[in-house]
Design a protein around this ligand. Structure first.
Ligand code: FES
Ligand SMILES: [Fe+2]
Length: 411
């Protein structure tokens, strides 16, 4: 993070603590229509226009340790096979044989020299080319070159592997923009995969995701945990293009450190903002990442059905050397899970509420504007003409989206 951004954030935190209302001229946010959480037709648009056309986190390079390693990703209904090729390039394909749809792999991870379909033995190489079929005499004039595995866009940010089912998607780096620039200080190219867990939760994915975009809830549901060390009144927010955003919440005591990270290796490239405060990125649409010098989780939100979702928590750590993960991580993860339980405790009841006739939309405060920004980006993806007034969010925050300094300098 450059010196100008550091100063800007410090000034913004002082401003946030001292203000008596929203900044002059900041628009009153209109209620988010409740139908966005329950309407099947909206959900279908959201799935087609957002989830199936976004860069999404798939796996970490530690899960593709060798040439020929594969990772089977199956979060949104189309299983995708991610392969580390003999050239060390990571590629992704639908895990769907071009003959009659047999799966190429069934186990979540493994290693292959050839991907042979278990149904009738068609074989594909690590580039997805169909290289052999059984009984070719019975497929006269068959052109194997037309029936390679269907590719899915795949790219990396450090050791994080992302996929995108939209073949026309912009490159990952262009999409990430300021996220990639700012997170460079956490050395994503050197982080190791430390721990993974998944939780099924009975609510629409946006019900829970919304909760991770604001600190307004700290004083009630995190009274005994996060609220003791973070001052939500100093939270400062930047809204970025493509739906991304960053929030910085000051520690009540600057010298406070997570007891679950004592003695762990530290990234010496991390600057003072992330050392002394809680930084949290939303990598649009579904990653929430609060990074620290001793590692970070990706909290990843996946829709399952209209009223159910899966939460994935994946921890990354600076290199801890040989041997197993240091024991203190058990404390760190247990502390985090306690906070997560606080965050998820009301989710099923809130889902009941959003389905209730008593739910009439969501009035959001200035503090909660990242949620509004998230929803405005969703509407940009869905397209103006595809939503009726009863479903769409009134666009208000575009003037507040900041063009990152680096990009401005390059123009
Ligand atoms: S379905 Fe794969 S070889 Fe027939
Ligand atoms: Fe929370």
């Amino acid at each position: 993070m450059d010196a100008t951004t550091v100063e800007k954030i410090k000034t913004a935190m002082d401003y946030e603590r001292a203000r008596n209302g929203p900044p002059e001229g900041f628009p009153a946010l209109k209620p988010i229509p409740s139908a966005r959480y329950v309407d099947p037709s909206f959900n279908k648009l959201e799935m087609e226009r957002l989830w199936k056309r976004s860069w999404l986190y798939a796996c970490h390079m530690d899960e593709l340790p060798e040439q020929g390693s594969y990772f089977l990703w199956n979060k949104l209904g189309s299983p995708i096979l991610i392969i580390r090729g003999k050239d060390d390039v990571v590629r992704a394909f639908y895990n769907t044989c071009r003959h009659r749809g047999g799966p190429l792999v069934k186990e979540p991870t493994g290693r292959r020299t050839l991907f042979v379909c278990g149904y009738h033995g068609w074989s594909y190489d690590h580039l997805g080319n169909l290289v052999a079929i059984r009984d070719p005499r019975d497929f006269p004039e068959f052109d194997k070159s037309c029936l390679g595995l269907i590719p899915v866009k795949c790219d990396t940010f450090g050791k994080w592997v992302f996929i995108n089912c939209d073949e026309d998607a912009a490159p990952l780096s262009d999409y990430l923009g300021p996220v990639e620039t700012e997170m460079a200080e956490f050395q994503p190219q050197n982080l190791r995969l430390a721990h993974k867990a998944e939780y099924d939760i009975n609510c629409n994915v946006k019900v829970l995701l919304d909760a991770f975009l604001e600190t307004y809830h700290l004083k009630s549901i995190h009274q005994q945990t996060v609220d003791r060390f973070l001052d939500h009144l100093g939270t400062t927010i930047e809204l970025w293009p493509n739906g991304h955003s960053r929030m910085v919440t000051p520690n009540r005591r600057p010298e406070w450190k997570d007891p679950g990270s004592r003695g762990l290796p530290q990234l010496d490239t991390v600057g003072e903002i992330a050392r002394d405060n809680n930084v949290s990125y939303n990598i649009y649409p579904n990653i929430v990442c609060p990074p620290s010098p001793t590692g970070m989780p990706f909290i990843v939100f996946w829709p399952k059905t209209l009223n159910s979702m899966r939460l994935e928590c994946i921890w990354f750590s600076p290199d801890w050397g040989d041997g197993p993960l240091p024991e203190i991580w058990e404390t760190r993860i247990a502390n985090f899970e306690r906070i997560l339980e606080e965050d998820t405790q009301f989710a099923p009841q809130i889902q009941e509420s959003v389905e209730s006739d008593g739910f009439k939309g969501i009035p959001l405060s200035y503090q909660e504007r990242r949620i509004y920004h998230w929803h405005e980006e969703l509407d940009r993806r869905i397209g103006k003409g595809n939503l009726g007034d009863e479903l769409r969010v009134v666009p208000l925050l575009e003037p507040y989206i900041e063009t990152p300094r680096d990009a401005r300098a390059a123009e």
